[in-house]
Design a protein around this ligand. Structure first.
Ligand code: FES
Length: 510
């Protein structure tokens, strides 16, 4: 079967290798700051700290920058993607303005860094268009115009965007949005971190981070302990803090596909519509006269659907209707976002810790959240004032979001009841090659997959985080946990936090 990760989809960005010299940790090490997770949040934080002369070690369970960051669609849009009007309802104008300013500062930071460090990462400023979805009314556009003006962002109202059938659609144009190639950017940052003495460890799972009485921290792995003055946990869904943050977030799977397109067929801009979930469109420069068109959307709560082909068909039909110049499909992939109940991530001191910092809950804006978070956590570690800390404070109360909070967490409660339900298949013998399903065996449930070669892979269907019931993801050939975002390969390997341990082995007699 090869590496269990080989069965998963590949995004447009993944041919770039970030920190290719990274190796697994061997033996104990010490540094100033240990960072668990090498996505944009982890590497950007490492860069900010390395610039200030701190010794950083960045550790990832897989390859460097090979997790959820590698599955982004790379928009750098600083306004709340769940609508600023919605954010103001939950958090008020002042916090919503600070949210916008912090996200805009993240885009400014990427622009400044790639320029200063001469990182060739296709960064460019461009317009963003929020446009009225076909067959909907335009009130949402008026409400959003009002809200965006309140938070001080530049915005222009117009009728018509340069997509087919959209000449009469009401829209907002946001100037000075941006986009880039995320892994080219992170490759550039990683080289600078290494040049300043920072170290990357790949294929190394941080199982636990302990805060000692003297204030130091110890990150424990199977192959050694890294001792440091501070730790940053930037693992998409945090491996620390078993429930305090997890009950305030919910994992969603999102889908993206890339098409070949002739350069200039549509203006280089970010486009997204007013539906929920919304469709989005952006471009990536290609070779010669060709570009790549990226289209995404069709989100659903993780583990609550296994119909990726239908979702890609719907996305493709939507894209071909609005952009007839789209040619052949070159990539299809999916990623996972953690939505918080009030639209901003949780960034700052981990609740109850002094020297452990957390970054999670990027809510569909992972690139800007990642860099905004790096500015906040690096400032806190350095003992400086962290601007915008209040927006992202992990211990914040969310009184207006109680309705959402309860709704999102019903998933976990509902999920435990699934142990009582019958399995999806009566017997392991019913599994066809290439199929995965949950099969009941006595009192337990088995997460079973039969490889294309006929070999059976059977593991416990209980997530190793806190035991939720796993769901099969046939598109990514992995097991998804609907509760807090863990994913597992068919051989049981934990692919995504918060889980760190592999699924338990089971006896099948097969
Ligand atoms: Fe928490 Fe699975 S991710 S129980």
């Amino acid at each position: 079967m090869g590496n269990s990760n080989d069965l998963r989809s590949k995004s447009l960005w993944m041919d770039i290798e970030v920190a290719p010299d990274a190796r697994p940790l061997e033996g104990d090490q010490a540094c100033d700051v240990i960072i668990a997770g090498s996505g944009i949040a982890g590497i950007s934080t490492g860069y900010e700290l390395a610039l200030k002369g701190l010794a950083v070690m960045i550790v990832d369970r897989g390859r460097i920058a090979g997790g959820i960051t590698a599955r982004t669609t790379a928009h750098l849009a600083p306004l709340c993607d769940d609508l600023t009007s919605e954010m103001i309802k939950l958090r008020g104008e002042e916090i919503s303005r600070a949210f916008y300013e912090s996200q805009a500062a993240a885009v400014d930071r990427i622009e400044a860094v790639q320029k200063r460090e001469a990182i060739d990462c296709d960064f460019r400023r461009l317009d963003g268009y929020l446009f009225q979805a076909l067959n909907t009314d335009s009130k949402i556009i008026d409400d959003e115009l009002d809200a965006v003006r309140k938070v001080g962002a530049p915005v222009h109202r117009l009728v018509g965007v340069p997509l087919a059938h959209c000449g009469n659609q009401h829209a907002l144009r946001y100037p000075r949005q941006a986009t880039f190639h995320p892994l080219k950017y992170l490759k550039g940052l990683a080289e600078i971190i290494e040049a300043k003495g920072g170290v990357f460890y790949s294929e190394t799972i941080v199982r636990e981070i302990e805060e000692r009485k003297d204030g130091s921290v110890a990150a424990k792995t199977d192959s050694g302990v890294i001792t440091a003055k501070a730790a940053v946990v930037a693992t998409n869904s945090p491996i620390v803090d078993t429930l305090a943050l997890h009950t305030k977030m919910a994992p969603y799977r999102t889908y993206a596909m890339a098409f070949a397109i002739k350069r200039g067929a549509i203006p280089d801009a970010l486009y997204w519509d007013t539906l929920d979930p919304y469709h989005y469109v952006r471009l990536q420069p290609g070779e010669g006269a060709a570009d790549t068109l990226i289209v995404g959307g069709a989100d659903h709560k993780s583990g609550e659907a296994d119909d990726a082909d239908l979702r890609f068909e719907a996305l493709e039909a939507w894209a071909r209707n609005l952009i007839p110049a789209a040619k052949n499909v070159t990539h299809r992939w999916s990623g996972q976002v953690l939505d918080t109940i009030d639209y901003a991530g949780f960034i700052g001191r981990n609740p109850g810790s002094q020297n452990i910092y957390v970054h999670t809950g990027d809510s569909g804006q992972g690139m800007t959240h990642g860099v905004a978070g790096s500015l906040i956590n690096s400032a806190l570690i350095l003992g400086d004032t962290a601007k915008w800390q209040e927006v992202y404070e992990p211990t914040r109360k969310t009184p207006s979001g109680i309705g959402n909070f309860v709704r999102e967490n019903l998933t976990a409660v509902k999920n435990f009841a699934e142990y009582l339900a019958p399995g999806e298949l009566k017997s392991l013998d019913d599994l066809k090659p290439g199929q995965g399903a949950v099969v009941r065996q006595g009192l337990s449930k088995i997460a079973a997959y039969r490889g294309k070669d006929g070999a059976l892979h059977a593991r416990s269907a209980a997530c190793t985080h806190i035991g939720c019931h796993l769901h099969w993801n046939s598109f990514e050939t992995c097991w998804d946990c609907p509760c807090h975002g863990s994913q597992f390969a068919v051989d049981g390997t934990a692919l995504n936090a918060p889980a760190v341990s592999a699924l338990a082995d089971v006896k099948t007699g097969d």
